[in-house]
Design a protein around this ligand. Sequence first.
Ligand code: ATP
Ligand code: MG
Length: 331
Amino acid sequence: MELMNIINVNKRYRIANSSLKDYLTKERQYKSVLKDINLKIFKGEILGIVGESGSGKTTLIRTLMRLTEPDSGQAYFQGQDIFKMSKQVIRNTIRNQFRMIFQHPDAAFNPAFTVEQIFNQASRQNGILKKSAMNYEELLSSVRLGYEFLHKRSHQLSGGEKRRVSVCRAILTRPSVIFADEPTSGLDLHLQHQIIDIFLRMKKDYNLTIVIISHDIKMIERICDRICVMYQGRIVEIGDKKHLALGQRSHPYTRELLRCDLGVRKVRANINSEILNYNSLKDKNTNGHGKCDYADLCDLKYLQKESRRCFTCIPLLKEVKSGHHISCHFI
Ligand SMILES: Nc1ncnc2c1ncn2[C@@H]1O[C@H](COP(=O)(O)OP(=O)(O)OP(=O)(O)O)[C@@H](O)[C@H]1O
Ligand SMILES: [Mg+2]
């Protein structure tokens, strides 16, 4: 069942400060961070988002949480467009239904609060009765933290402990969706497995929907039902995890990611004289418009006769197999 439908979401950040403003064209004062994002999230699934650093993964989920405002687009949840909801509706409903595990847990906690107060605040926001300390103890022990942690403040926690407290806070109120931004980074392998097991249990027991961002492709492959690959603000591929494996038909960037993960060395295509032509084409398109974002790095283009299209036309995300979408002119 469809839980969220995200349509044509765009977001750009202003990058030029006042001293640069006079020297740059209006277009170059901004950086597009999300470009025409179209995505459906289904109830009870675990969706993994992978992609290079800076490709817009965090911005995407912050936008869905309404922590960052998009420039355009719609995101439907239970028939309503989240981007059109008032601040109050967002506070009262969306913040309870959606929970986020922040990439940087330092910024996620009020430094004046103890862990118990952090949990109480989350319960209050959700309108549920304050949980007993017993419940909290159980919750903490599921991530191998003792009862004494309830009385600690965030500056008294290590990075990994903060991350585990974030996970507890997110699952405490049993939301509909958890957006987990690199929930296992900085944790030892054993703890990573424990956190993943908690997610899998929550999904099984409460049909919870989880969106996980991670650079750990093996973990994403292990636990996710579908995988979404982002590159420079665009979704370049999305599909079942069985579609996204080496040897399968997939986007050149996805193949590169999988190859790096397996430590397989890239076999460069034979570079021929046509490259010179590509370079001259590239120069004409230095503003980055109307070309595939991956064109400069892609190997596939060398193998294609009509590859100048990569430098003159943005590839759209198209369905190559049921439920499997790729944005490449040649796949
Ligand atoms: N508030 C902001 N103002 C200006 N630019 C921003 C802002 N937040 C993010 N960006 C830029 O937007 C781009 C995408 O950032 P984002 O945090 O979404 O990347 P990411 O895919 O989560 O990367 P990582 O894997 O490193 O966490 C980056 O180039 C970043 O510098
Ligand atoms: Mg991020």
